[in-house]
Design a protein around this ligand. Sequence first.
Ligand code: FES
Length: 111
Amino acid sequence: MNNDLFNPYEKLIRIEVLGREVLVPEKNSLLRCFQFLSLETISYGDFCWNGDCANCQVLCHSAGQTELDDKPVLACRTEVSEGMVVTRLSGFIKIEGINYKISEKVLGEKA
Ligand code: FES
């Protein structure tokens, strides 16, 4: 893992992504956290990382809220927080083990 990618952090915090609990580095954007979970797919994804493309849009709410409180946010512009719940990912966001499997990539390359 290339730690230069991430803002300095002291601990991992728990968030939920599409119903899966995961640990991600505090003090980082959601998109960096997705990269932490799935280095290859996010690193090579179609992302500007600076708020221009909107390919990183997700729906999410904070700890203690419900899906009724979901808001669309840009993952590259949103700092992660403990207990955050991400309920939708844009089609550009592929996270290994959550909405993407390496085997899909292999099958896709053969097709
Ligand atoms: S990655 Fe382009 S807007 Fe977030």
